[in-house]
Design a protein around this ligand. Sequence first.
Ligand SMILES: [Zn+2]
Length: 295
Amino acid sequence: MIDVNYTLINIIAGVIFSSLIAGFGYKKESLSKSGFIGALIVGTIIFGFGGWIWFTLLIAFFVSSSILTKYKLKAKKHLAEKFAKGGRRDFWQALANAGVGSIVAILLLYHMLTGSIEFSFETFYASIFTAAFIGAMSTVTADTWATEIGVLSKEWPRMITNWKKVPPGTSGGVSKLGTLCSLAATLFIALAAIICIEIDALFHLGRLHGDILWILPVSVIGGLVGALVDSIMGATIQAIYYCDKCKKETERKIHLCGEKTRQIRGISWFSNDLVNFLSSLVGAIVASLIYILIV
Ligand SMILES: [Zn+2]
């Protein structure tokens, strides 16, 4: 059964904290206006139905990604044209990155409403829903860290499908630096989850939970497989365009120079946002499977 008071407090806290953090992101130019609305929606759902620990993982993703996007902005400027969108994240990007996490939160609510899950903090920490949520967040964090830092790699990345060297920033390209960043991101999310759960356990159970080391393999394997699927889709079905004027590959339909681009590979409606959404879904599923296997 659901704890109504607990959920109500979480929804109110979700609205407050989401507005504060999304407002800050808008002011700092990490979010566009529509991105602010998107972040407010997913933030409220995730805090409201998942609780403060899930919300903290969302913030860990959002804040670390925003910082890395701004990191070495000058060195990345010439690469900006390759990416479909600039540094400001819009509504669809918010849904692409936190949509799967929000769906998992809604599923958790559904199971609590129908009574198939009894609300208790003990079971709450160690549930397949938490595993799925961690897998989704780990995937989008791994993808963002790899993209934002990986493009700075001195070494040219290799296309994941045919292993040919491609210019930095090419969708589907993987580098050593990018892969290390992905791994670091999955460990970062795991560590954040473990610390939050232990703090919450101290508060609600009066002792450490202790039995949550499964989070490490769930986050690392879920996140890395999700990020791998992201690269494979980026190399195959994601729509990629070419600017004839600048002779450059891009994710944009209209190039930064103003020229209309032409599609050179992928499926026209398969945007980068859809790729991110689907890869985080894969991350969530893989994380759930690992959870079932080891817990
Ligand atoms: Zn151009």
